[in-house]
Design a protein around this ligand. Structure first.
Ligand SMILES: [Zn+2]
Length: 609
């Protein structure tokens, strides 16, 4: 755990303009800096970096964040790694507050990493003395260079080869690391025997586990490390660490099913492929992938199992797809896997297949139509009903609109009628209000439509933000004002009200210096982030600047209580009127749900049928 006041200090020491400019060259434009957005493709720059707010925002795709957020989004780094990198540049040391038991866990994880690394070295050394294994790899067309690049090794055909490596073969840590199995009667033996060994790396390049392919006819053909404190197959992707640069260069990442596929593709110059590890694609995988690239191509066998696996990937991709990010689905012919295919037909043929990958919309509708052919009125109705939960999970407005149009074509229903059936708002209604709590930080219409996402008053020409929005804007620009002003914490159940209440709660507490970026970082990934980011991005458009924030805030607070009294709400304009117990409980629960489903929408409704 990194203490919050350190994050605040760190963000006040680094300059986001430098941090971003190193990766995406920026041009000065008025008070801000601009570039073509690195998170979506565009020809005119809508990616804006504000040196005063220390915050970036794209008015095209809604991407936004602090210097830490940028390193996470653009560099694919985990939060602690992004903090570490910035701290290094700023010459600061990251202090850590340990949770109970954390130091033990970390020490254990550290020990385990040392063990897996030791084992990886051993397996690699064994490969040289294993002619059968070398012959197998050569037979698959792999060169020594590729085998070395992937750190491929060999686990000898014996019960306890690792006993030669570790002084204490009975060390329980070997079991925890998944290297040794304790059998009946306490008899211990190596998990991996007579197998080609593929080390699995985490995002920092540390070996956290292994995949092993049996050399002979033994079962199972593929064996992975079990779930350990280091390794979780639902989160890790084989080859991702090695493929990072190639993925960026190719502008795409291919997801295949086996490690041999990844290695074989790399052997043929397609080095931007990764593999799931004996599991179907999880939401965590999809998020990880889209952090690396806007284009993710899932590659499966063309058989029934392959289509089923693809469908699972599709279900997990839909909620995280934003416009500008696309998932493609590719099915290989005749029961071939990518390894066979690329060996027989080469790189160009495989890349031609990639170019023809089925877009998400097409795959979704093709599968739904196969189950519910819209050849009759009943069939059309069933198709619409089946499509409904999938459209409901979508946060990408353009893709949603496209799907509705295609569905209208297929069923012969007018789009307006279809919209009612699908229970979705008309496009003109969307994006008018502020993003609601259920919309993702950048995927929702509010985020995507940027400037147009501000609440528009029902009557009147000027786009004035609501009073609550103004208070949010003033506070975000000068967060310490919350300590010297009694800012209301509305409990009206609106997203803006809830965001203001949370903002005041956070800013008023503590004594350490607070700056805009620090506050935004605190709310990154939270329920309130969409509202806060939209408010911050448009503060100047509403005439609220850091310089005049205090004045705006004071005037706003007075108006707030006047309005509240006129409306008969809030009998006492006491400072910091707390949310009701019921309301704060509801928010706490929403927050919990949101955190447990990182970056996806809290409501995926689970009503897929
Ligand atoms: Zn963008």
């Amino acid at each position: 755990m990194i203490p919050n006041d350190f994050i605040q200090t760190l963000l006040s020491r680094v300059d986001i303009v430098d941090v971003i400019d190193r990766n995406v060259p920026l041009k000065k434009a008025g008070a801000n800096y601009q570039a073509c957005c690195p998170f979506h493709s565009e020809k005119t720059p809508s990616f804006t970096v504000s040196p005063t707010k220390q915050f970036y925002h794209c008015f095209g795709c809604g991407a936004h964040g602090t210097a830490i957020g940028f390193l996470m989004e653009y560099g694919g780094k985990a939060f602690p790694d992004a903090v570490e990198e910035l701290a290094r540049d700023a010459g600061l040391e990251v202090p850590r507050v340990e949770r109970p038991g954390e130091s033990e866990r970390r020490a254990e994880a550290g020990d385990l990493t040392a063990l897996t690394l030791e084992a990886a070295r051993f397996y690699r050394a064994q490969l040289k003395d294993a002619p059968r294994a070398v012959a197998y790899l050569k037979d698959r067309g792999l060169t020594g260079a590729i085998a070395a690049r992937f750190g491929i090794g060999f686990a000898p055909d014996a019960w306890q080869p690792l006993a030669a490596v570790f002084a204490r073969y009975d060390d329980p840590a070997l079991e925890t690391a998944g290297l040794v199995i304790a059998g009946e009667g306490g008899k211990r033996y190596d998990r991996f025997r007579d197998r080609i060994m593929f080390p699995i790396h985490d995002s920092r390049g540390q070996v956290i586990g292994f995949g092993g392919r049996v050399l002979g006819d033994g079962e199972p053909k593929y064996l992975n490390s079990p779930e350990t404190p280091l390794f979780s197959k639902g989160r890790e992707l084989y080859g991702l660490f090695l493929a990072r640069n190639a993925i960026r260069e190719a502008g795409a990442v291919i997801v295949v099913e086996g490690y041999m596929d990844v290695v074989a593709l790399a052997q043929h110059g397609i080095d931007y492929a990764v593999a799931t590890l004996g599991t179907s694609t999880t939401p965590a995988h999809v998020q990880k992938l889209f952090r690396q690239s806007d284009r993710v191509i899932f590659c499966f066998d063309g058989d029934a199992a392959g289509r089923k696996a693809a469908w699972r990937a599709l279900e997990n991709a839909l909620p995280v797809l934003a416009d500008g990010k696309n998932a493609g689905f590719l099915f290989l012919p005749d029961g071939e896997d990518p390894d066979d295919f690329v060996r027989r037909r080469g790189k160009a043929a495989f890349e031609a297949l990639i170019d023809r990958a089925m877009p998400t919309s097409e795959f979704l509708l093709a599968e739904l139509c196969a189950q519910h052919p819209p050849t009759s009125a009943e069939g059309s109705a069933a198709l619409v009903a089946a499509a409904r939960p999938y459209l409901a999970t979508l946060t990408a407005p353009v893709l949603a609109a496209l799907l509705r149009r295609r569905l209208a074509d297929l069923t012969g229903l007018p789009e307006a009628e279809l919209r009612d059936l699908l229970g979705q708002a008309a496009p003109n209604d969307r994006g008018r209000g502020p993003p609601t709590a259920t919309q993702g930080p950048s995927g929702g219409p509010g985020g995507t439509q940027g400037r147009r996402s501000i609440r528009v008053p029902q009557f009147g020409q000027r786009r004035t933000p609501s009073l609550v929005r103004e208070l949010i804007q003033a506070l975000l620009l000068q967060p310490e004002l919350a300590r010297s002003n009694a800012v209301p914490q509305p409990s009206d159940g609106t997203p803006d009200g809830a965001a203001l209440a949370a903002l005041v709660g956070f800013c008023a507490e503590g004594e350490h210096p607070l700056a805009t970026a620090g506050v935004m970082q605190h709310f990154a990934q939270s329920l309130h982030e969409p509202v806060l980011a939209a408010a911050l991005a448009t503060a100047e458009d509403h005439g609220i600047t850091a310089e005049h924030a205090a004045m705006h805030l004071k005037a706003g607070v007075i108006r707030y209580w006047q309005q509240a009294q006129r409306a008969g709400r809030a009998g006492s304009p006491e400072p910091g009127t707390p949310a009701t117990a019921e309301e704060s409980e509801r928010l706490r629960q929403l927050e919990m749900v949101r955190r447990s489903v990182p970056a996806a929408k809290p409501d995926v409704s689970g009503k897929r049928s």
